[in-house]
Design a protein around this ligand. Structure first.
Ligand code: PGA
Length: 253
């Protein structure tokens, strides 16, 4: 899976031109089986969800929200529920992105609640975890990631189509990607935690994406790692040509 995270970027008027150029570059119109070989997803700002879903879901490209609230409805000014994103045709959501943890008070507890709400509504949660630079330098990477993952697993009996994204905070938007060895090591750790909680079969199929300065130049090497099943891409997903190159890198050869 190649997932783009647009963060707080782009307007509705950008969607048509972006997707036309992306579809052309990736060969979506020439190769009808493309989206059976690689899952393509874009997590877009709330105001873009309805139009993006209408344009792209019929073409096999999934549209995701970047956040949801865990309650179905109520007095939560400024928030959006899972039913609200579903109503406009959205089938997935990011949960617990490090920017939400860092700037908006997201905790392991709220991440777990949101994941439960998404799964209950049959919306695919992409749960983001990852250590800060201070935590890595302090030798805390495994402990932090284990804590973040287990907080979710404790509340989830059946992970269904849950996806986990490992995104070291120090690699996000910095141009400094984790080395493939660093990424693979944490991905293997996460897969082990999945196996411990849900069994070997689920561990084989549950997808773990890498995020943090993934780009056309390093994606091949990242995807070649045994426990990296795809990418969650910020900056490079804003450029249709770059993201198309990354999607192509994920195609089976
Ligand atoms: P980046 O962002 O690719 O720009 O580092 C990744 C992310 O935050 O999902």
């Amino acid at each position: 899976m190649l997932a783009g995270n647009w963060k707080m970027n782009k307007l509705n008027r950008d969607l048509g031109p972006f997707f036309d150029e992306f579809a052309q570059a990736v060969g979506l119109d020439r190769d009808e089986e493309l989206t059976e070989q690689v899952d393509i997803l874009f997590a877009v700002p709330t105001t873009l969800l309805a139009l993006a879903a209408r344009q792209m879901e019929p073409r096999g490209i999934r549209i995701a929200a970047q956040n949801i609230h865990w309650e179905a409805a109520g007095a939560y000014t400024g928030e959006v529920s899972v039913d609200m994103i579903k109503e406009v045709g959205v089938t997935a959501t990011l949960i617990g992105h490090s920017e939400r943890r860092q700037y908006f008070g997201e905790t392991d507890e709220t991440v777990a609640k949101k994941t439960t709400a998404a799964l209950a509504a049959d919306v695919m949660p992409i749960v983001c975890v990852g250590e800060t630079l201070a935590e890595r330098d302090g030798g805390q990477t495994a402990a932090v990631v284990t804590r973040q993952v287990q907080a979710v697993f404790a509340q989830v009996a059946d992970p269904k189509d849950m996806i986990i994204a490992y995104e070291p905070v120090w690699a996000i938007g910095t141009g400094r990607s984790a080395t493939t060895a660093q990424a693979q090591e944490v991905h293997a750790l996460i897969r082990g935690l999945v196996a411990d909680r849900y069994g070997a079969k689920t561990a084989e199929t549950l997808r773990i994406l890498y995020g943090g300065s993934a780009n056309p130049a390093n994606i091949d090497e990242l995807l070649a790692q045994p426990d990296i099943d795809g990418g969650l891409v910020g900056g490079a997903s804003l450029k249709p040509q770059d993201f198309a190159k990354m999607v192509k890198a994920a195609l089976p050869r």
